[in-house]
Each structure stands twice: as C-alpha cells, then as structure tokens.
Design a protein around this ligand. Structure first.
Ligand code: ADP
Length: 213
C-alpha cells in the first residue's frame, strides 16, 4: 500500500488484512512500537527521533523490521499487506530483490491511494489515534474514547502541525513520484482515488483485488 501521509493507507490496509486473513505490516506502527522497548539500540533510538521530525528512517532498519516478518508469514501460508513499507526508489529496488529471492515477485500488487497534498494536510491536522488499538479517529468525530476498544485517543507525536508539513514535503506526492513510476514501469501498479469516503475507497480496492485474484 502506498500513498501520501493521510491518504488512508493504514485504514485500508487493516481492512484488507481482516478480509483476506493477511498479516498487516505497517512500518510506521513497527517503528512506533520500538518506543516501548527497554533495550533500544542506538540505531533504534535515532530512528524514533527521526520520525518525530518527519524524516525517513534509514533503509536498513526498515529491511530489518519487515523482511523476516514477511518470511514468517509466507512460511505460515499467510499473505501480507505492506503498509507504507516502501518510500524510496532504493527501498523499492531492495524489496523487489527480496521478492525475487523468495520467489514472490509474481505475487506482488502495488496499491496507490492518491490524495492531494492540501487534502493530506487538512486530514492529518485533524486526526487522533487510539493509544491501545491504533484506530484512526477524525477530529470531526466528537468522541472522548475509542469506539472500538474504549482506549485513550491521542494525537500522534508526528501529527504536530510543523512536522505534518515536513512529512508532506518529504513523503508527499512529489517525493513519492519516482517510486510510483518504478512500480508503473513494472506493470504492477493500481491506483485508487483517496478523496472518496472510506467505504468507497474500500469498494474500489475490493474490485481491484477481485480482478487480480
Ligand atoms: P504516515 O501516515 O506518515 O504514512 P506511518 O505511520 O506510515 O505514517 O509512518 C510514520 C513514520 O515512520 C514516517 O513519517 C517515517 O518517518 C517512518 N517510516 C515508515 N515507513 C518508512 C520507510 N519505509 N522508510 C523510511 N521511513 C519510514
């Protein structure tokens, strides 16, 4: 799953994972999960700082976080939804090599959820997440706690106004264009309009997955 910050890729990735019984692997969630570890390596602590400032973490850390998880899932006979795992052309090439090495390259589909940078800014500036289950709640929804698990709703550290602008500059449409082109040239890219409602995006993705399966 690809798309600028705020495009809804996390929301849709979770839905796909539930519907198809796939493992949901969000590099953002995995990185934020490091914050709870007591024995962080220097590389990991630096990565947590990097995220707070809206920058990308080093490629090698991403590979360490996800490659073995993909292998575990595939070995267990489960598919995988990679959520935001590829954000540079170098990463796209390394993932591609990993898929080739594991004989999975015929199985990969890239779903891009499109959104303008302006809409991304509007959405991210108004969202909260559940500290317990990760459910995303728009600010327009006037609730005090998570409707799914009753957990506390918090604003993510990197959803601060200035950091949002930085993330959009560094990870928004312009920055991601070469990665999208890489997948377009491979012929495995499908695009969904992310301005639609969550349900409409879900239906558009379902149609694509039905055709591809
Ligand atoms: P977003 O909504 O901004 O896409 P994520 O939760 O997916 O949020 O990611 C949060 C942060 O984690 C990113 O801003 C970036 O700093 C870091 N990150 C996630 N995936 C990658 C990746 N593949 N390469 C480098 N950094 C990443």
């Amino acid at each position: 799953m690809m798309g600028p910050p705020g495009s809804g890729k996390g929301t849709q990735a979770k839905k796909i994972a539930v519907q198809y019984g796939y493992t949901h692997l969000s590099t953002g969630d995995l990185l934020r999960g490091l914050a709870g570890k007591t024995d962080l390596t220097t590389e990991e602590s630096q990565a947590l700082e990097t995220i707070k400032h809206g920058n990308l973490v080093p490629d090698e850390l991403i590979y360490k976080l996800v490659f073995h998880k993909i292998e575990d899932s595939i070995r267990a006979g489960q598919g995988v939804v990679l959520d935001g795992a590829v954000r540079t052309v170098e990463q796209a090439q390394s993932f591609n090599q990993f898929f080739v090495d594991n004989n999975l390259n015929q199985e990969v589909l890239v779903l891009e959820i499109t959104l303008t940078n302006e809409e991304a800014l509007r959405r991210l500036s108004g969202r909260r997440v559940c500290a317990r289950c990760g459910e995303i709640v728009p600010l327009s929804m006037a609730v005090d706690s998570c409707q799914k698990c009753n957990g506390e709703l918090i604003v993510r550290a990197d959803d601060d106004a200035e950091v949002i602008k930085l993330r959009i500059r560094k990870q928004g449409n312009k920055a991601m264009a070469p990665v999208i082109d890489f997948y377009r040239q491979l012929g495995i890219l499908k695009t969904v309009d992310g301005v639609q409602s969550i349900e409409e995006v879900e239906r558009s993705i379902a149609k694509i997955l039905e055709i591809s399966n």
